[in-house]
Design a protein. Sequence first.
Length: 292
Amino acid sequence: MASLKEVRNRIVSVSSTQQITKAMKMVAAAKLRRAQDNIIQMRPYAQKLGEMLATVSAGSESGADSPFSKVRPVERVLMVLITSDRGLCGAFNTNVIKAAVQHIETNYPVLASRGQVEVLAIGKRGAEGMARRGYKVNSTYQDIFTRLSFVGVKEAAEMIMNAYEAGQYDRVDLVFNEFKNVATQIIRTEQFLPISSEPAVGQAVVNTSYTYEPTEAEIINELIPKSLKIKLYRGVLESNASEHGARMTAMDKATENAQELLKELKLVYNRTRQAAITKEILEIVGGAEALV
């Protein structure tokens, strides 16, 4: 049985850990509120922009002529993986990494074996996880969450678009956590490039005749890059909100576990203390009897 000093030290240690997890939960809750507001405001804009592009592109040859609509034989693939920079958020990062690996092994096993699948990591945990699994990782934009803004995400989107237009990649897929609520994040794997001619789920397409000003081609060529940048930015905002929700849930669970452990340790402490007292009483009684 552990000594009273050992049990006391463990109680102090667990109490300190519990205070830390409580503080981290409060910080995550404050960050979550801001992140949740950002993604809630972004979703209608992103959805409406997608609907506008799908509606204007329906039956139009200008959209098909865009370099971002060109479908080529898939020889080189870029996986854009959005994770977090820090841990202590449960299985948040692990689930995204597993989903990306499974997607590669299911859809591009031959290309992966040839080293023709590259990963663009947004978030340090994703870069570390995919590098450990032997994938070639581009970590240029892994610090986006340090100062999260549209400008930083825009630069990453432009790099991806330029690389695709130059023929460096024939397919670009996006993997991220979509925010549903504090306790639930949904893994999403979406085709980023080439842009699909089919409307996304929930997007309405209205077949209407339009008069274009300046021209149909100019409007579509302006909408497509903007839509791609917004799509990536939305994925980053979804992941950011999901991260804080996952961390808040993980820290709440850790605080509850610490409380349960404290109860057990205090029970052990009381039992050990009672045993020590009983032993002392027996020694006193035994000594008194020996003197009789």
